[in-house]
Design a protein around this ligand. Structure first.
Ligand code: C2E
Ligand code: MG
Ligand code: MG
Length: 711
């Protein structure tokens, strides 16, 4: 349609030349543009090109007559509503009827009063414009509603009849029908669970001025998909204050709700197990503590860490690891049972359980033991059977923390304690753990810089051959004199260095330093030329460990037979086949091998036979009891007999008295080490004191290795 600034175009179709001339004349003067055609055929074929705003059509024309032409105009999509005025003969009522039937907007009778006609045309154009605007507005409203997923409705409070906009049908997932919808139809689309609530509310708002203007509920849209909507209403009141009509707008916020749900899932839930994550767990603990404060109750947190879970991931892949984590989550959930409790995944292989409102910490211990037991039973995953266990720490409010953070931390500390106590264990927090954790932290943060600042040293403790009564070797023992922490004993920092991996460079440093010392002593012709170096399990299990040993021997130029590696008995409890292979590789290099702290682990004699070792070092806890405990004496004698039969040497550690030495000598023990002969010392001090040590030995043993003082 031409805009107001452009003259509207009138198409005049009449076979009568004077009529067309008059029309052009008058209409032009009245501000219209005019195109005229003497016949309908040409006019119709030019219709789209001309795109007229108005059509004046004569009824009687040769060829295609006006009625037919009008019908064809109406059949054209772009001209369905374009005003068409038909020119009929005077008082020809039939023609008038036929004109309207053919779709004419109006008619004028000939002869024509042109001035009047111009006014009529202008009026027709204005009316058409108004109705076009209305249609367009409705269309854009419907489009806006569709985009906004917004429907609207009207409710007649007397009859219950309603009007629903198209978008409302769409929200309901339903087709529009000819029947007038009612409130009953409306309720049939409301989700079963919300129907009574919505029905009551509709009753309320249709009978009295409302207090709440909106209600959220679910719609069971077609195909059973649930949609979330908000119905917002406005009441029209009558003079008496009664409700005469209710208009409503329905907003479909399903997508928003789903997005919110997704965001919430991401922010508060773990994606592998769907359990609450750390953030949500922490806030639940906070809430539980607030409730417990009010009700004078207790709150417990269990911190569950799966033992050696890394090996599952490493050996079977993360997909299997995830399946196992889900299985673990399911087992814990089953044990916990109560919906009051929260189970969360804190990360990797760590889970937590919140027990709100308990009366006795024993309840937490009982649950922890149950969970520990459940998690220790075998797992069948992808047809393979896996074994695992968990270390569980417990903390209780108010004893071990008064906020979520401190309570969770206390449980975590207790879990670390359980791990150190040998895994597959449950441990309740105690306050000493806090101190211990602080100390561990300080040690951990000073270890690396300690090595860089040369704070470590290697001490040597002589080892004596009881057959000859002579020195033959020395055990290398690391010492740390930290600038910030003072002297830290190896028992305190070795396990921490093992936990954080620092034992690898540290152990290599000890090995190199000890080899260099052995080379130096060999050159000097020192009575001790062999060194025994402690090796952590973590060093030992690295595939490149034999290479490292070979490289250090080459770099320091030490013959392999002058080096002994001490491996703790606990190693034998791990992968035996792999251990045997590594021991053989080391043996091939030519170094000596010993099992340290023997008797404290679980290795059986039958296992030992498979290991290519030179020496067992009997743990000092037995040695120190040999003269006071019949049991320790019996064990020591048995181990000596066993090693003799296996062609393995036995060294007794921690010999502190002459009586112990005598016992060991008489029981045919091969070697000893202990304060009674010499404490561990720095290499240079040992060099200075070696004469004292040797003369001491000379006082004890005769030239043949017999004890002089022997009764
Ligand atoms: P270990 O290998 O069993 O070393 C023997 C421990 O007993 C040493 O403690 C030594 O000083 C002590 N000892 C020696 N004779 C006697 C005695 O007559 N009576 C008593 N009560 N104790 C005696 P130390 O040096 O404190 O080392 C403790 C543990 O730390 C060692 O036990 C070893 O397992 C570990 N360790 C020490 N140095 C290293 C190292 O360089 N690398 C690794 N991985 N571990 C080391
Ligand atoms: Mg040792
Ligand atoms: Mg030992």
């Amino acid at each position: 349609m031409a805009s107001s600034s452009v003259q509207p175009l009138v198409m005049v179709v009449d076979d009568d030349d004077p009529t067309r001339m008059m029309a052009t004349e008058f209409l032009s003067q009245a501000g219209f543009s005019v195109v005229d055609y003497p016949g309908a055929e040409e006019a119709l074929s030019d219709l789209e090109v001309q795109n007229p705003d108005l059509i004046v059509l004569d009824v009687e024309m040769p060829g295609v007559d006006g009625f037919t032409a009008c019908k064809r105009i109406r059949a054209h999509e772009s001209f369905e509503t374009t005003p068409v005025l038909m020119l009929t003969g005077l008082n020809n009522n039939d023609s008038i009827d036929l004109a309207f039937e053919a779709g004419a907007t109006d008619f004028a009778t000939k002869p024509i009063n042109w001035t009047l006609l111009c006014h009529r045309l202008r009026y027709m154009l204005r009316a058409w414009q108004a109705s076009e605007d209305l249609v367009n507005n409705q269309k854009s409203l419907a489009a806006a509603q569709r985009i906004a997923k917004l429907g609207n409705c009207e409710m007649n409070t007397d009859s219950g009849e309603m009007y629903w906009s198209e978008q409302l049908y769409a929200i309901f997932g339903s087709e529009k029908t000819d029947n007038t919808p009612t409130t009953v139809d409306f309720l049939s689309f409301v989700h079963q669970k919300d129907r009574a609530r919505v029905s009551n509310w509709l009753n309320e708002v249709s009978t009295a001025p409302c207090t709440t203007s909106y209600l959220d509920f679910s719609v069971a849209a077609g195909c059973g998909t649930e949609r979330f909507v908000r119905l917002q209403i406005e009441q029209v009141l009558d003079k008496e204050g009664g409700v005469s009509r209710v208009s409503g707008v329905i907003q479909d916020f399903t997508e928003k709700r789903r997005a919110e749900h997704r965001i919430e899932q991401l922010a508060y839930y773990d994606s592998v197990t769907d359990l609450p994550n750390r953030t949500l767990f922490q806030s639940r603990v906070d809430d539980a503590i607030q409730d417990a404060k009010r009700d004078d109750a207790k709150v417990a947190v269990l911190y569950v860490d799966i033992d050696d879970f890394k090996s599952v991931n490493d050996s079977l892949g993360h997909a299997t690891g995830d399946v196992m984590l889900n299985e673990i989550a399911a087992r814990i959930s089953q044990d916990v049972g109560s919906s009051e409790s929260t189970i969360s995944r804190m990360g990797a292989d760590e889970f937590t359980v919140l027990m709100p409102a308990i009366t006795d910490s024993k309840e937490a211990e009982a649950l922890a033991l149950k969970v520990g037991q459940t998690l220790a039973s075998p797992y069948t995953i992808n047809d393979s059977k896996l074994f695992s266990s968990a270390s569980i720490g417990i903390s209780v409010y108010p004893d071990h923390g008064d906020g979520a953070e401190s309570l969770i931390k206390s449980a975590d500390m207790a879990m670390s304690g359980a791990k150190r106590a040998g895994k597959n264990t449950v441990l309740m927090h105690d306050d000493a753990m806090g101190e211990e954790a602080k100390k561990r932290f300080l040690i951990e943060s000073n270890l690396r810089s300690g090595l860089e600042r040369n704070e470590f040293d290697v001490y040597f403790q002589p080892q004596i051959d009881l057959m000859s009564g002579k020195l033959y070797s020395a055990e290398a023992l690391i010492r740390w004199n930290s600038d910030t922490l003072g002297f830290v004993p190896p028992n305190e920092f070795i396990s921490i260095a093992e936990d954080n991996g620092f034992i690898i460079p540290l152990g290599e440093w000890v090995l190199r330093t000890s080899c260099l010392q052995a080379v130096d002593w060999l050159k000097k012709g020192f009575p001790i030329s062999q060194v025994a170096v402690n090796i952590s399990v973590l060093q030992f299990i690295r595939p490149d460990f034999p290479d490292t040993v070979r490289r250090i021997l080459q770099e320091t130029n030490l013959q392999p037979s002058f080096l002994e590696l001490e491996i703790t008995e606990s190693l034998l409890a791990t992968d035996t086949a792999q251990a045997v292979q590594t021991l053989k590789a080391l043996k091939n290099i030519g170094v000596q091998l010993s099992i340290d702290d023997f008797g404290t682990g679980y290795s059986s004699l039958s296992q030992l036979k498979h290991f290519p070792i030179d020496r067992l070092k009997l743990d000092q806890s037995f040695v120190q009891g040999v003269t006071t405990s019949e049991e320790d004496a019996a064990i020591t004698r048995a181990v000596i007999a066993m090693t003799n039969s296996m062609d393995v040497k036995l060294l007794a550690e921690g010999v502190e008295t002459l009586e112990q030495l005598e016992f060991l000598k008489h029981s045919n023990c091969n070697e000893i080490q202990g304060y009674y002969i010499s404490k561990p010392m720095p290499a240079n001090v040992l060099e200075q004191e070696i004469n004292d040590v040797e003369s001491r030995l000379d006082g004890l043993f005769d030239g043949q290795g017999n004890l002089r003082l022997a009764a």
